[in-house]
Design a protein around this ligand. Structure first.
Ligand SMILES: [Zn+2]
Ligand SMILES: [Zn+2]
Ligand SMILES: [Zn+2]
Length: 274
């Protein structure tokens, strides 16, 4: 590690419970207090819940999920708030030392090693089967309850799109009893403030990026203010037809700029407590 590679200060986090913005190392205390202080509104009942921190650096979400919700509810939440471009496959995975890895997928398949093992002498089959299976993930359904998937403090990874993959990790911050409105399963508690993107041409705040890979530098995509987003296509990509098809809006999401992802203005609305 050279000194040039300075550690970036983590982005501050905006609480969706109080509207306040706090430093990353204050988030747990701030949200813990805010959760405890929330007044129960009519029709809400306390339910065992998991408070999760979801990270895809520098992006972070804090979410509350009912313990009886399914991983598919979390999948929907991650798609809506961070990931969805055009309905790719996704999966969760759990890896714990000395256990077979578990993958939670939409259509779990059972590994059938019978034909493979038949190639070996009978006295070897058991040992080979055991070794083979210890590395092969067990597939389970996305309908698995989150209480089971995150049991014993397990950390899960999540992947969206098996081609141009965007990944994040989900960790349990705490188990809490929280009042829930009817029919809701996942609540957004907080998320990182939008990064202070800077225009490559003038240093003003950037709002767009160029999706052409050869345009990015070591730190990621080339970003531009509104003015330079207009001039960039002709200046840098004269052979691309002269229009701005390669420019995209910057999104507060780790999915950006894969597959033309763009955040929507109301993506998180269904998940925020009124
Ligand atoms: Zn896509
Ligand atoms: Zn500019
Ligand atoms: Zn470009």
């Amino acid at each position: 590690m050279t000194e040039k590679r300075k550690r970036q200060t983590p982005l501050p986090v905006q609480s969706r419970l109080t509207g306040e913005t706090v430093a990353r190392n204050q988030v747990k205390r701030h949200l813990g207090k805010a959760l405890a202080a929330r007044e129960v509104t009519l029709g809400e009942t306390p339910v065992p819940s998991l408070w999760l921190a979801v990270e895809a650096s520098p992006f972070v979400l804090h979410a509350l999920v009912r313990s009886d919700a399914e991983l598919s509810d979390l999948d929907r939440f991650l798609r809506d708030v961070w990931m969805e471009c055009c309905g790719h496959l996704s999966q969760f995975e759990s890896r714990v030392k000395d256990e077979r890895p578990v993958q939670y997928v939409i259509e779990p398949d059972e590994v059938d090693a019978t034909a493979f093992l038949a190639e070996f002498p009978p006295e070897w089959r058991e040992e080979i089967g055991r070794r083979l299976l210890s590395h092969t993930p067990v597939e389970k359904s996305l309908a698995t309850p989150v209480s089971e998937a995150f049991s014993a403090g397990r950390t899960l990874t999540y992947e969206y799109d098996m081609g141009t993959t965007t990944a994040c990790t989900l960790k349990v911050v705490a188990e809490v009893d929280a009042p829930w409105p009817a029919k809701k399963k996942v609540r957004l508690l907080a998320r990182n403030e939008r990064p202070a993107w800077v225009c490559r041409d003038c240093g003003e705040p950037a709002t767009q990026l160029c999706t052409l890979r050869d345009c990015g530098d070591g730190d990621g995509a080339a970003m531009f203010c509104a003015r330079h987003a207009k001039t960039h296509p002709k200046k840098a990509h004269p052979d691309e037809g002269g229009d701005d098809w390669m420019m995209a809006k910057l999104s507060n999401s780790p999915r950006d700029p894969s597959c033309g992802y763009e955040e929507g203005p109301r993506d998180e609305e269904p998940y925020v407590w009124p």
